[in-house]
Design a protein around this ligand. Structure first.
Ligand SMILES: Nc1ncnc2c1ncn2[C@@H]1O[C@H](COP(=O)(O)OP(=O)(O)OP(=O)(O)O)[C@@H](O)[C@H]1O
Ligand SMILES: [Mg+2]
Length: 274
């Protein structure tokens, strides 16, 4: 099967400002990074803080372009943001002066091509998908963190993007809400068939959600392993997390993350420029 999203030999270098007696220098955030996301799958990317997960997502979003290498979606080079991609960030990004329904409507209006009544109906449909029908008229400050993220997910799905990109969307939530939203996300994914790239630093979240888990190393950021996750999901979703299979994957990923990734050669790629 051809990949929906394909990153090849990607390198991303940031120019870091000088400070005090530290001269300005280049920082290699990603190097020789390859990644394939298949049509209709949930791929999770797990890695330690600062390894370059958000940098990868920014590239797929088209918010930045790589220093070298290529990023393709559906066989087309990514040159900027597009409506084929929906994004959910870790920080709450709802407009505070718009209600839950109004936030979705705003996105649909920005996309264009729909009359007001049609937009409202679609917005209600997606609020229902995330279980927030009764909260349509609430403003963001009247919603819990979990609810805000559900509105953000509904907003991103409302214009039916081919790909949903999620950067630690449940990171700020308590464990219980987080697990509930993970289960909801799987249900939404089964219903919509959207290709999802989900970033997390939480190994359990990566295993629970991912059909495949890409493990990232740090300095430079690179995919060191991609693991196929096969879990028996015929039982209760909450039992999946306590299964032996689940523990096996968790352990396998943990071992990859523990390995020393700071080879001398890699460290030397943090160039200092006089
Ligand atoms: N615009 C920038 N300029 C300089 N350095 C940057 C820039 N953006 C990111 N970096 C650096 O690149 C590295 C990767 O950052 P990134 O935000 O992608 O990490 P991350 O894996 O998403 O981390 P976290 O889990 O904490 O969100 C970090 O060392 C960061 O300091
Ligand atoms: Mg990040």
């Amino acid at each position: 099967m051809t990949s929906k999203i394909q990153l090849r030999d990607v390198r991303q270098v940031f120019r870091v400002r000088g400070q005090g007696d530290r001269a300005a220098h280049d920082f290699v955030a990603l190097d020789r990074l390859d990644l394939d996301v298949k049509q209709g799958e949930i791929l999770t990317i797990v890695g330690p803080s600062g390894c370059g997960k958000s940098t990868v997502l920014d590239l797929v979003c088209g918010l930045t372009t790589p220093t070298a290498g290529s990023v393709d979606i559906g066989g087309k080079r990514v040159t900027g943001p597009g409506l084929d991609r929906g994004v959910v960030f870790q920080q709450y990004t709802l407009l505070p002066w718009r209600t839950a329904l109004g936030n979705i409507d705003f996105a649909l209006e920005a996309v264009g091509g729909r009359k007001k009544a049609e937009r409202k109906q679609l917005a209600r449909q997606y609020l229902e998908l995330v279980g927030l029908t009764e909260f349509a008229d609430r403003y963001p400050h009247e919603l819990s963190g979990g609810m805000k993220q559900r509105v953000a997910i509904a907003r991103s799905l409302s214009y039916q993007p081919q790909v949903l990109l999620m950067d630690e969307p449940f990171g700020a939530l308590d464990a219980q809400t987080r697990e509930r939203l993970q289960e909801e996300l799987l249900q939404i994914w089964r219903r919509t068939g959207t290709t999802i790239v989900f970033i997390t630093h939480d190994i359990e979240e990566a295993v629970f959600l991912g059909q495949r888990v890409a493990v990232m190393s740090t300095r430079p950021g690179r995919i060191v392993e991609t693991i196929n996750v096969v879990l028996d999901r015929t039982t209760d979703e909450s039992d999946v997390r306590s299964s032996a299979q689940f523990a096996k994957y968790r352990h396998q990923i943990w071992e990859h993350l523990r390995q020393p990734v700071l080879s001398t050669a890699a460290q030397e790629e943090v160039h200092r420029v006089a």
